[in-house]
Design a binder for this molecule. Structure first.
Ligand code: CO
Length: 303
């Protein structure tokens, strides 16, 4: 390349940068009477929801941790489950859907909104939030920035970190090496169901007596049960791989009905000890969601 052409290219770059700078320093969106909108920031925490009173503990911990990490930001909540929202409404507790919450934030004049999915995996609910948030982002005279940040189990490192935290903080200290630990994930028809099988693989690599099963997907409970029987395991700790220890943990995992995991294990001679704690109750897990929030808000958030 000749020197003159290098100079010309450099000049072009400088000019492009200057134009970019000028555009950025203009008020991005003029409100009424030509006044620029003042930045007003909010975080919307979105979860499936729960109607179980004591499971609320997870949400209380998450709320406290997020408020501590973002003290100047408005924090709001939304539940994706219509059934749970209606159940709570009958008892007088009104909780928004993500769409209602976004509409309210827009109406209240928030300009920069980060939506945090407090789900385990990027499944059907996460993708619904993402699709609808993208539509909200397109609305005229609406948000200046709207970002959706990722749920918990989004890559290999996050899966490993989650397993490490569970082993360290949820598996009871008195557990002996020949006693098994079974994590109960939700499971889904969505392709992201495969994450639970990846978790099973990683759990087994970490500790041959650590298993992952799901209520509605794969690995199935039967697969886990058969592996425990083949290994002649006599005692297991059951731990929810879920944000809350709610309805699934209370009934499907630890219930007294004959179809609960605890009862089905008892039927094959395995004593099951449930650990009734949601992952959201662990500050180390909440810190992972908060990291996702920080990443999605990032430097782009501040013009
Ligand atoms: Co469910």
């Amino acid at each position: 390349m000749q020197r003159s052409s290098v100079v010309r290219k450099t000049l072009l770059l400088v000019m492009a940068a200057l134009v970019g700078f000028c555009l950025q320093s203009l008020p991005a969106q003029a409100g009424h009477h030509g006044k620029a909108k003042e930045a007003k920031k909010a975080i919307l925490l979105v979860t499936f929801g729960t109607s179980v009173e004591r499971a609320q503990k997870s949400f209380d911990t998450i709320d406290k941790e997020v408020k501590a990490a973002f003290p100047k930001t408005e924090i709001r909540w939304a539940y994706t489950s219509k059934i749970i929202r209606h159940k709570l409404a009958k008892k007088g507790t009104m909780i928004d859907s993500p769409e209602m919450a976004l509409a309210r934030l827009m109406d209240d004049g928030y300009t920069h909104v980060a939506v945090q999915s407090l789900h385990m995996i990027p499944g059907a609910e996460f993708h619904e939030i993402l699709a609808n948030a993208n539509l909200f982002a397109q609305m005229a005279d609406g948000f200046k920035a709207l970002r959706v940040s990722m749920p918990l189990l989004i890559n290999d490192a996050a899966m490993q970190q989650t397993l490490d935290i569970i082993k360290d903080q949820l598996v009871p200290k008195e557990r002996k090496a020949d006693e098994a630990v079974v994590l109960m994930g939700h499971g889904t028809h969505h392709t992201s169901d495969a994450i639970y099988s990846a978790m099973m693989y990683k759990a087994q690599k970490m500790d041959p007596n650590m298993y992952v099963g799901t209520v509605e997907g794969h690995p199935t409970f039967e697969e886990v049960r058969d592996a425990l029987v083949a290994k002649k395991v006599t005692k297991v700790y059951l731990i929810p791989l879920m944000t809350v220890a709610g309805d699934h943990a209370m009934n499907d995992m630890a219930g007294d009905e004959p179809d609960s995991w605890k009862s089905q294990l008892a039927a094959v001679g395995i004593k099951a000890v449930p650990v009734m704690k949601g992952l959201g109750e662990l500050k180390a897990i909440d810190a992972m969601w908060i990291d996702h929030l920080k990443m999605s808000i990032g430097p782009k958030h501040h013009h």
